[in-house]
Design a protein around this ligand. Structure first.
Ligand code: IK2
Length: 402
């Protein structure tokens, strides 16, 4: 036994070395951390008690803690009491959910909705909806394989659309000098891009700038999009979060539909229901009639089936229970208002603090504060306990005193 064991023991390290040198993956380089979610990893590793994470856009309560909505808890209790099964959902998702999600976005009096002319599928939150949309446009949009997104835009848009096979181009959106909308630049760009192009619009709470067009500006944008026969694809990841009112935040989408545009829409329930990890969303397209809607839905299912077969069940059941119960719906609307108001009050307090600290009008980072490299901060990460420290740190950094 020993005579055999010794040579084998001596040989093992050589075999291990040889195996490592021949690994199929030896030439795979390490990728960079995600610019947004990588910030959370760095935040978790920091031991300083003053640390603040303003990187990922996830709501926190007044004590900086994750927040589960009371309407969500009640919906879950109701679901548990009804002893639900864990069967597969249809490829297009939970019908009660997709119907209610479309109604929330387009409005109960929406013509295409009432004509049964909106093709909808459940998606893996907003990102999944954008990805299904990207694949759908790549396969069926007859005019081009490009999408125009605002500059700047949510960091993941480029990757999502590029991986869907689309070429990603930009139109002007933000004016650094006025720290507001570059409305002239936006209009000029929309007028100069090729007729029939596909254009992504943030429906409300533009990420990362927080700057939205006014209703009057949306009307002008709608007119240009009509003149140029552009196709509007709305990304609505924050319905209710911008103003506290889901109807007000759906203004742009509903205005475009009432003006006769055909639209595509990505919806997320991550923020407005706090269902981040449940991955609840929907992708929809308005169609000419019910027959067209059925054809589109059949094609959307063909896109979904090889990607992930069918969507997750639990979050869709929660959202559906809330959206379809008058009491829970009212409670949820109040909670959305509460979250939006807390964010709005933090923005006001931060602004007042920076002004009273005589802070020059440019922003930097440091001092255990985690934010994305483009200077975007998630207002929801601020609360009554950390907003003063954050203001002072920003002020010092900008003045070169940190
Ligand atoms: N679209 C926009 C404009 C978003 O801001 C988001 C969410 N961003 O925050 C989380 C992150 O940076 O990953 C989405 C779409 C998609 O969000 P979700 O897939 O979580 O619904």
């Amino acid at each position: 036994m020993q005579a055999i064991a010794r040579p084998l023991a001596r040989a093992a390290p050589r075999q291990v070395r040889a195996a490592a040198a021949l690994s199929t993956w030896a030439n795979v380089p390490a990728g960079p951390p995600d610019p947004i979610l990588g910030v959370t990893e760095a935040f978790k590793a920091d031991q300083d008690s003053r640390k603040i994470n303003l990187g990922v856009g996830a709501y926190r309560d007044g004590n900086g803690k994750p927040y589960v909505l009371s309407s969500v808890k009640k919906a879950e209790e109701f679901l548990t009491a009804n002893n639900p099964d864990k069967e597969y959902l249809p490829i297009s998702g939970l019908p009660e959910f997709t119907k209610a999600a479309a109604k929330l976005a387009y409005g109960a009096d929406s013509k295409p909705l009432n004509d049964s002319a909106v093709a909808v599928v459940q998606s893996i939150s907003g990102t999944g909806a954008l990805r299904i949309g990207g694949a759908f446009f790549h396969k069926f949009f007859p005019h081009s394989k490009a999408i125009y997104i605002p500059n700047p835009s949510w960091g993941n848009h480029t990757a999502v659309f590029r991986d869907s096979g689309l070429e990603v181009k930009q139109y002007r959106y933000f004016d650094k000098k006025t720290v507001g909308l570059d409305f002239q630049g936006l209009k000029e760009d929309l007028r100069s891009i090729p007729t029939n192009s596909l254009v992504l619009l943030h429906a409300c709470a533009h990420n990362p700038t927080g700057v939205d067009p006014t209703p009057e500006q949306w009307k002008e944008i709608s007119d240009i999009i009509k003149e140029k026969s552009l196709f509007p694809f709305f990304d609505m990841a924050y319905q209710g979060f911008a103003s506290g009112d889901t109807t007000r935040d759906a203004f742009a989408l509903r205005h475009f539909v009432s003006e006769g545009h055909q639209v595509a829409l990505s919806q997320s329930f991550a923020k407005n229901m706090g269902l981040y990890g449940e991955r609840v969303g929907a992708f929809s397209v308005t169609c000419a009639d019910e027959g067209e809607k059925k054809r589109l839905e059949s094609q959307l299912k063909i896109i979904v089936r090889p990607m992930y077969s069918n969507p997750p069940l639990h979050g869709a059941r929660i959202a559906s229970t809330i959206l379809n119960s008058p009491e829970l719906y009212t409670e949820w609307e109040d909670e959305v208002k509460g979250m939006a108001n807390r964010i709005i009050s933090m923005r006001d307090r931060l602004y007042d603090n920076l002004v009273s600290l005589k802070t020059p009008a440019s922003v930097a980072q440091k001092a255990h504060i985690y934010m994305t490299a483009d200077g975007r901060i998630s207002m929801a990460g601020l609360n009554g306990h950390n907003v003063d420290y954050f203001s002072e740190s920003v002020s010092k950094a900008v003045k070169g005193e940190l």
